[in-house]
Design a protein around this ligand. Structure first.
Ligand code: GDD
Ligand code: MN
Length: 382
């Protein structure tokens, strides 16, 4: 049976998704401007709001009262521009799917040009690009440089020669999008990269030159995590999904945790003096040692949990009480990982004849994979 929403006669030609996080200052004028420029085009706007703290949702609901083409979907407990966009396209009804920002940075004139181009029917994907010819990107020098570097790195992974793969303003046919939908990663900000890298079907594509305008109030959500997300996304796509973006982020956090471990160990070694020893079987284990190593393990595990919570799993970020139970789950998963690592190292060395160092590193990598799955299941309930 065909999906009801496609069979419906009133399916609009174009569904434009606007993802929002605290865009109450701009969303009304953005939606109004679009209406003024898309005259004669049968469209709908789906705003996917991640439970904004400001009046974004109220503004959209109000707009929807007088204009039924404007719909609101509120996600709770979830974050991320890419996953919000995917949600929007999942509930959209149009034959063409698009996306733009809710802060007024995307020029409605370019949106109109994109709509005309894709609705003409001979393209699968059309993007607004800041890098056709010499354009003012509207970015600070540093961000402009970063954006160009990211574009270059992305070009190596993508098969399609987009001049601006970082663009957050584009439109595509639902037919072409459907070929990418099963393979989407949904991590981070760069949804165009995600879509293009998730299908083997080469789109017939076009571009429209468009400079970014100034944001209308509110503030940008871009930070260092967006860059890490993109790097992780590219690894996932380059390895055909074998190494997932999330695992890359988890690994980066793990590396930082190793530094924390070393730091705590060194500091406590030089600062902490505790007399005495704990008699254990035929040995005397110095309290110093127990405390030094114990502190390093405990603090680095806690650091890892904290960083994973705001980076790797920030779309499912734990707060309040669940954060505490999540932390305990994380400790538990890592402890099993440590025991596993110990056993595997000895097994590899004594039974399989590995060099002692190779055995230790292999075992640690394996327990890293375990920790990832364990943490996912026990701490962030994925
Ligand atoms: N639902 C939802 N959830 N929306 C979000 C989230 C989120 O977690 N984070 C950001 N957004 C929304 C913002 O409210 C805004 O409408 C849009 O996504 C873009 O966010 P900005 O914070 O304005 O991003 P930017 O201006 O730094 O980035 C723009 O330029 C990039 C190219 O350099 C965007 O167009 C990006 O998509 C684009 O890649
Ligand atoms: Mn913006």
């Amino acid at each position: 049976m065909p999906d009801a929403k496609f069979a419906a006669d009133n399916a609009p030609a174009l569904s434009l998704i606007i993802c929002t996080l605290n865009e109450g200052a701009a969303i009304r004028s953005v939606v109004t401007e679009i209406g003024e420029h898309l005259t004669g085009i049968d469209y709908e706007i789906v705003v996917v709001d991640d439970d904004s703290k400001d009046n974004t949702a109220a503004e959209v609901l109000d707009l929807g009262k007088t204009d039924p083409r404007v719909r609101l979907f509120v996600r709770k407990g979830e974050r991320g521009l890419s996953s919000a966009a995917i949600k929007g396209w999942d509930i959209a009804k149009g034959r063409v799917l698009g996306i733009m920002d809710g802060d007024g940075q995307h020029d409605p004139v370019a949106i109109r040009a994109l709509a005309d181009m894709i609705l003409a029917g001979d393209k699968d994907l059309v993007c607004a690009s800041r890098y056709i010819g010499k354009t003012d990107t509207g970015l600070s020098f540093i961000r402009d440089l970063g954006s160009k570097a990211a574009t270059l790195a992305t070009g190596l992974v993508l098969k399609v020669p987009l001049t601006d793969p970082m663009s957050g303003c584009f439109m595509m046919t639902r037919d072409w999008y459907d070929t990418a939908r099963p393979n989407l990663t949904g991590v981070g900000f760069k949804i165009l990269v995600d879509v293009v890298a998730s299908t083997r079907v080469k789109p017939r594509f076009g571009e429209v030159k468009a400079a970014l305008r100034q944001r209308q109030g509110g503030e940008s959500k871009l930070d260092i995590r967006v860059v890490l997300d993109l790097a992780a996304l590219l690894v996932e796509k380059a390895t055909n999904g074998i190494i997932t973006a999330r695992f890359v982020l988890f690994g980066l956090v793990g590396v930082s945790g190793a530094f924390v471990y070393a730091l705590v160990l060194a500091v406590s070694h030089y600062l902490l003096r505790v007399e005495g020893a704990l008699p254990l079987y035929r040995y005397q284990v110095r309290w110093d040692d127990i405390i030094n190593y114990g502190l390093a393990i405990w603090l680095s595990m806690t650091w890892n949990f904290w960083l994973n919570n705001i980076l790797t799993f920030r779309d499912k970020r734990l707060k309040g009480w669940p954060m505490l139970t999540g932390l305990l789950g994380f400790y538990f998963a890592c402890s099993i990982g440590a025991i596993l690592s110990l056993g595997v190292a000895i097994l590899l060395k004594d039974y399989f004849g590995f060099h002692w160092f190779a055995a230790g590193i292999s075992a640690a990598l394996l327990s890293g994979v375990w920790n990832y799955w364990g943490a996912k299941a026990l701490a962030w309930n994925q």
